[in-house]
Design a protein around this ligand. Sequence first.
Ligand SMILES: [Zn+2]
Length: 219
Amino acid sequence: MKDIVCIYSGGMDSFTLVAQTLEEDRLHSCVSFDYGQRHATRACNDWGVRHTIVDLRAMSFVLKASALLGGIALPEGHSTDPAQKSTVVPNRNMIMLSIAVAHAAAHDCTEVRFGAHAGDREIYPDCRNEFVEALSLASRLGAGVAISAPYLDIDKVGILTIGFALNLDYTLAWTCYRGEGIACGRCGSCQERLSAFAAIGKQDPLAYVTRELIAKVTS
Ligand SMILES: [Zn+2]
C-alpha cells in the first residue's frame, strides 16, 4: 500500500529514507521545499517517484535569519558545535511538515516521514522525539495523517548502514550546505557525512573540493 509521503531535501538522510520507504513499497510521493536554501534538491526521476517541489520563497520574511539561506557566513564544523546554531531556521520543520501533511491528506495517504536523526537533536528543537510525537498527534487529529522520523534514534553511521544494505548510490545524495558544483568538504554537513563514511570503513563516492585539491597537488 503506497500510503507514505516523504520529505526529501536531497541529502543523504532523506535520500536513504526515501529509498527505504520505496523498498517497503509504501512510498506514495516525495515533497521538497525550495525556500532559498542552498542544498540541491534531487529530482525523483531516476526512481520514477512522484515529486512535488513547494516554493517557500514567499516565506523568506520568517525564514531569512539562518546561515543556510545565505544571510550569515556558514560555520564550519560538526552540528554539535555552538556555531552551528546559526543554521537553525526557527520552526522550519513545523512549516514543512504541516504542508506535507496537507499534501498527504489530499492524496489519501496516512503518514508523512522525514529524515531527522539523533545527531540533529542537540541543536534543532524540531528534531526531537517530543516535537515529533506532539506534532504527529495534532496532525492525526487534524488530518488523519501521522508523522514519523524513523531515524530519530540512530545517527548518520546507522543511516549509512541501512543505505549500504540497500545498495544505494550515494553520489545521488547531496549533503553540502554550500550547494556548489563540488562539495566543500569543510562545512558541518560535509564533515559529518565524511566521518560517517569513515566510521563504516567506506569511501564516499562524492567529489569534494579538498580531495580534488589534494589530487591536483600530488599528481
Ligand atoms: Zn560542504
